[in-house]
Design a protein around this ligand. Structure first.
Ligand code: SAH
Ligand code: SF4
Length: 378
């Protein structure tokens, strides 16, 4: 263990304060921030435009300490998944998904999750702890670094081109759809997002950072005031009875309350719609009547629906809806004038899905959950 300050934990204003406390000028913080986040440099000696005296101070008191990679898996389709070590027995995962016009990084915000959604393997593990700012931004820092190393090795010809010739960045979009509920780790998530958006760091626009939440209503309101980025909401059911069965958080914040918070969020959102995620669970929430109920429900919320094929895990008690059923569901939404997409499954050969690999490795925090049997008739 080290007691040195981890510079990845700092936003630019925080770094400026820390640098000032070392008796240095504010612009030094900017330089340092750019070295770390734009060029992916951790070695202070390589930061050649910083005075030797400052470099010595930095070496004594600070370090750039990203989470350590436990394993890296590369899919034939270009998807890369990392499992990070965040303490003895704890793993979190991060997935990079390259597409024609963008490279999306799916990051984790907590080790495990307390919210216990019945179809989620992260929920099944239970909650272990919140990630620190440096562990969240560290996933992006490591991903960009590894992706440029892979590119140099020629292993990643399918990765998207660099966003600029100046830097080593491959990630153009970030989604908080890995492990954890980001709105239950509010300050570190907002701090990490502010570094993602900072022009002296990753310079991502608010539209390119998407926070996905299961519906922690008071914190949707807080986010609206703190740092409105694109918002995705895990809806997964068109009525309270069904949603409460698969998502216990619905008892605290039922659908009407949630949609009210969504409408308010749209006043400041960088996108003029909310993305609603809807995991297709065979025989549970995937009937045509559910789609019709959804159409009614979302009449007055500008929305985009993303239908997600269920990723199975051992003893989940659920099954993936077959594609015909998903398409029929989608058609009802499309016919009613909604934008509705079916999420492509990527990285299937490396299990690059929410909570999967970590689910197999992390068993320290397993807990009992009440299982819901989704197929009374099967
Ligand atoms: N906690 C946040 C973000 C992380 S989960 C949230 O719930 O929104 C990211 C998305 O993956 C959510 O929409 C979640 O419902 C979905 N998800 C969870 N388990 C899944 C599974 N087994 N198959 C498909 N999607 C799943
Ligand atoms: Fe937590 Fe999201 Fe999984 Fe629900 S779906 S248990 S909120 S990570």
């Amino acid at each position: 263990m080290t007691d040195k300050v981890n510079l990845l934990d700092f936003t630019l204003p925080q770094l400026t304060e820390w640098v000032a406390a070392q008796g240095e000028k504010p612009f030094r913080a900017r330089q340092l921030f750019q070295w770390i986040h734009q060029r992916g440099v951790a070695d202070f000696d390589a930061m050649t435009d910083l005075a030797k005296s400052l470099r010595e101070k930095l070496k004594a008191a600070a370090e750039v300490r990203p989470p350590a990679i436990l394993s890296e898996h590369r899919s034939a389709d270009g998807t890369v998944k990392w499992l990070f070590d965040v303490g003895i027995g704890n793993g979190i995962e991060t997935v990079f998904i390259p597409e024609e016009d963008r490279g999306t990084l799916c990051v984790s915000s907590q080790v495990g999750c307390a919210l216990d959604c019945k179809f989620c393997s992260t929920g099944r593990q239970g909650f272990n702890r919140d990630l620190k700012t440096g562990e969240i931004i560290g996933q992006l820092w490591v991903a960009n670094k590894r992706l440029s190393e892979l590119e140099k090795e020629g292993a990643s010809s399918r990765l998207v081109p660099r966003t600029s010739s100046l830097d080593v960045r491959h990630v153009s979009n970030v989604v908080f759809m890995g492990m954890g509920e980001p709105l239950n780790n509010f300050e570190p998530v907002v701090a990490a997002m502010s570094t993602m958006l900072d022009d002296h760091a990753y310079g991502l626009s608010r539209r390119r950072v998407t926070l996905s939440t299961s519906g922690v209503v008071p914190n949707i309101r807080k986010l609206k005031d703190a740092l409105p980025v694109a918002l995705a909401v895990s809806l997964h059911a068109p009525n309270d009875a069904l949603r409460s069965r698969i998502m216990p958080i619905n008892d605290a914040y039922p659908i009407a309350t949630l949609l009210e918070a969504c409408r308010e969020y749209l006043e400041v959102s960088p996108r003029d719609f909310i993305t609603f995620e809807y995991v297709m669970l065979d025989g549970v929430n995937d009937a045509p009547e559910h789609a019709r109920e959804l159409v009614e429900l979302l009449q007055d919320v500008p929305s985009k629906l993303n239908l997600i094929p269920f990723n199975g895990f051992p003893d989940s008690g659920f099954e993936r809806s077959d594609m015909q059923r998903v398409k029929r569901f989608q058609k009802i939404l499309l016919d009613a004038g909604f934008v509705a997409t079916i999420r492509k499954t990527r990285g299937g050969d490396i299990d690059a899905a929410c909570g999967q690999l970590a689910g197999q490795v992390v068993n320290r925090m397993k807990k009992k959950t009440v299982r819901i049997h989704s197929h009374p008739g099967h």
